[in-house]
Write a protein that binds this ligand. Sequence first.
Ligand SMILES: [Zn+2]
Length: 458
Amino acid sequence: MSNLKLYNTYERQLMDFYPIDSNNVRIYVCGPTVYDFIHIGNARPLVIFDVLVRVLRSIYPKVTYVRNITDVDDKINQRAKEKNISISELTNQTIKNFQKDCNSLGNLPPEYEPKATDHINEMINMIETLISKGFAYVASNNVLFSIKKFKKYGNLSGRNLEEMISGSRVDVVDYKDNPGDFILWKPSSEDLPGWESPWGRGRPGWHIECSAMSKKYLGNSFDIHGGGADLIFPHHENEIAQSCCSNNSNLMANYWIHNGYVTSDGEKMSKSLGNFSTINNLLLNCDGESIRYSLLQAHYRAPLSFGKNTLTEAHKSLSRLYRAVDGFEIDGDPDKEILINLCDDLNTPKALARAHYLADQANKGSKESAQKLKNSSSILGILSHSSENWLKYGKDSYTDKLSSQPIISDKKINKLIIERKIAKDNKNYSLADEIRNKLLELNIILEDKPDRTDWRKS
Ligand SMILES: [Zn+2]
């Protein structure tokens, strides 16, 4: 029995985690709408839920992780038109870019990554069930879900209908019975993607894909549903309504987990803040692991402030850890305290603080602490490179593009190390110091070992 505790948005409290089937823990996380590169705000749930899945895998024999890809959406149609390329060209390229970014961030691939367009039949079937049970109706070639038929509507977000309407989060159109009713299916004109359906040629609304695909891969009810806090309403509220009503289930998922926003100088991160925050742009001048580390520094439910120096600081912190585990390979289970911190509602800041404590002990000579730290690397998804590679070639800045360029070649450094050794052998200590200082000016630090001299970037 694990001691994993998670904050459940649905119950508004921290709860002990009990899976429906401890032989197969099932988790669904809403994935990207593929029309553009992902930015740092999109990267946060990818990293957070990757760590949660790693924790679950360390406790349970099997975890089934599903993260969908939304490849039919009005934003995609609009962007393809602007770029004058086909919709499939746009979505295929964006999916490739997305998977590359996910990989750079150190995320393990989910068991299933279903695309919405491969599951149109499942969506049509679910919509037909909702109509036959009286939860949905056809109006002006649209199919709508009637929210007043579902008593629990609003339970997740804690909103009532008036608040939803006054917040202008719902379209008020005359064919709806109730302004809060939402689209399950809508008609497509010839120039837009469309599929034949009992209601004519059309395309699905956004929410129905997650209900249809989670049912297919995880069943009528599953353990954990995750996503960013901005998805609580309307997306997750609507998913619950669709799934519970079509599947006759009491709850779609037992635990609803949501991560907070990423802010830049106190403002919510968004596309309008410019390209600098896209992951592929950040990767030009820093390592994916520094981005991952920066996203784990705040508790996942708190807002995360991403500033100019965030990545430079993350790189420095990681270098400290890499120095501590230099020469160690994974050999055993993760450190107990790190695991306890992660089981406490995924307290990654505390887990990283513990990692630095172990690094301190390692630097004081504790091999046991260095080993514990190295053994904990895979549950956090950090320290995945060799220490030597990281310390010599890690990209240490994203504010200064030049800093990732080699200032001095390996060959030149090694040549200077030999010259310095010869100077020392000849007791010419002033020349030896001169060489050391010359390298230091280029941010290269020499470390004298009993049998050799190593170098790393400062
Ligand atoms: Zn979803």
